[in-house]
Design a protein around this ligand. Structure first.
Ligand code: CMP
Length: 139
């Protein structure tokens, strides 16, 4: 695989601990996709089919109309609906032009199955997000 593509993946914190063989495999599973500002990448309540890793640009996460967080380069989203098969927990909207790595459900599962460190990172973030959703419910 071209070094530039490997370097691009290696610069993503989620993939930073992967060796060359693992990066080469991940490269076969991801698509680089551009999105225009204003585009909803996930819609709260809708079925979820993709996992996103932000390469450039920013996005806003909202739930029930309330701002939860801004996400930027290196952040990922869309993991919850892919892991439990339920609807999207929040709406994620591009605040600027964005470039993302996009993985289908099957590709996301392939990647987390091949590397336990990636699975643990996703689980850690999932825990933080569920906790913040619970706090949001209590207020
Ligand atoms: P999913 O529910 O599949 O689709 C919406 C996504 O928004 C969700 O996965 C998470 O990736 C993300 N998300 C949900 N809650 C938060 C939060 N509190 N902070 C950051 N991201 C969140």
């Amino acid at each position: 695989m071209a070094d530039t593509r490997r370097d691009m993946l290696k610069a993503v914190p989620l993939f930073a601990d992967c060796d060359e063989k693992q990066l080469d495999f991940i490269a076969t599973q991801v698509d680089e996709v551009d999105f225009v500002a204003g585009r909803d990448l996930c819609r709260e309540g809708a079925a979820g089919g993709e996992f996103f890793v932000i390469l450039s640009g920013t996005a806003e996460v909202r739930r029930q109309g309330r701002h939860l967080r801004e996400l930027g380069p290196g952040d990922f989203f869309g993991e919850i609906a892919l892991l439990d098969g339920g609807p999207r927990t929040a709406t994620v909207t591009a605040l600027s032009e964005m470039k993302c790595l996009v993985l289908s459900r099957g590709q996301f599962h392939n990647v987390i199955r091949q590397n336990a460190l990636i699975a643990v990172s996703v689980l850690q973030t999932l825990g933080e997000r569920l906790r913040s959703l619970l706090v949001g419910q209590a207020t």
